[in-house]
Design a binder for this molecule. Structure first.
Ligand SMILES: N[C@@H](CCC[C@H](N)C(=O)O)C(=O)O
Length: 273
């Protein structure tokens, strides 16, 4: 069986897409990790399996389900940039006949809109403040706001330039507070309605963008300013996205690009099981 793939990214958060409408692929954690490996695989921050909701057996009002996996093979509830790439793929290939539709995810159904200029908006749903905790980078502690965007985040708004932080190693965090792990965002305010962010993603490492992370960053910044409504650009190393918060409900808008498509080598795939 030929196994088709595409490579695409949203603000350089990059993904291997595996079109698998009927759910025939045996997508093991080992195969996901091998695909995402930048030396022995295609290289990516995660895998997006394009599968019909009914084939996955998970409830969704959407025909299609974003079956997202982190680069280490683990499952995550939601991926905002992945959802943008996924929605564009469905429209570009004609698998979605409208530009506005719903896609299933493990964090629930997400309404998406693919604009005529190729930008994609995702209604990400609630960004819920769940408390406060501390991230540790080297010997420094950064207090942060915990935010649930379907997946867990800890957002530290810091005075020093985030570009100077050493994020080669996983920052430490309170595993009692985050028993399932956490995505860690470090943020500099850049004036009214503008943030700069770096992120260390659970199950991946530092990435050049994280859609749920940008939503968490804006929710945290607004929370510290005493509100849950506002709009902000978020500059990440891979580009810029726009987040709108309306009484705690969020949307994420940004660009998508496809890079390549092809077929996996069947012998390589079989050897990764
Ligand atoms: N890059 C994603 C987030 C992917 C999931 C995350 N690593 C987790 O484990 O929660 C995004 O764009 O939101």
């Amino acid at each position: 069986m030929a196994i088709e793939f595409l490579k695409g990214h949203g603000t350089q958060n990059d993904f291997v897409l595996l079109p698998d409408p009927a759910g025939r692929l045996d997508l093991t954690p080992g195969r996901v990790a091998a695909l995402c490996d930048r030396q022995r695989g295609l290289g990516a921050d995660g895998v997006l399996r394009v599968i019909r909701s009914e084939a996955l057996g998970l409830h969704s009002d959407g025909e299609w389900f974003m079956d997202y996996r982190n680069a280490d093979g683990s499952l995550a509830e939601m991926c905002g940039n992945g959802m943008r790439v996924f929605a564009r793929y469905l429209v570009d290939t004609g698998l979605a006949r409208e530009r506005e539709f719903v896609v299933g995810s493990r964090a629930g159904d997400k309404p998406v809109r693919v604009h005529a200029d190729g930008l994609v908006t995702v209604r990400m749903g609630p960004a819920t403040i769940t408390g406060s905790s501390v991230a540790m980078v080297g010997d420094r502690n950064f207090s942060g706001v915990a935010v649930d965007v379907g997946n867990p985040h800890l957002v530290s708004i810091v005075d020093e330039d985030v570009d100077g932080l050493d994020l080669r190693e996983q920052p430490r965090y309170d595993s009692d507070f985050f028993p399932e792990g956490v995505n860690l965002e470090f943020v500099n305010p850049r004036g009214e309605g503008a943030l700069r962010m770096r992120v260390y993603e659970r199950g991946v490492g530092e990435t050049r963008s994280c859609g749920t992370g940008t939503v968490a960053a804006v929710a945290a910044a607004l929370h510290l300013a005493g509100t849950d409504t506002g709009e902000s650009t978020v500059d990440i190393p891979g580009g810029r996205v726009v987040v709108i918060m309306d009484h705690g409900e969020s949307t994420l808008t940004g660009p998508v690009e496809f890079v390549a498509r092809g077929e996996l080598d069947e012998n390589w795939w079989a050897a990764q099981a």
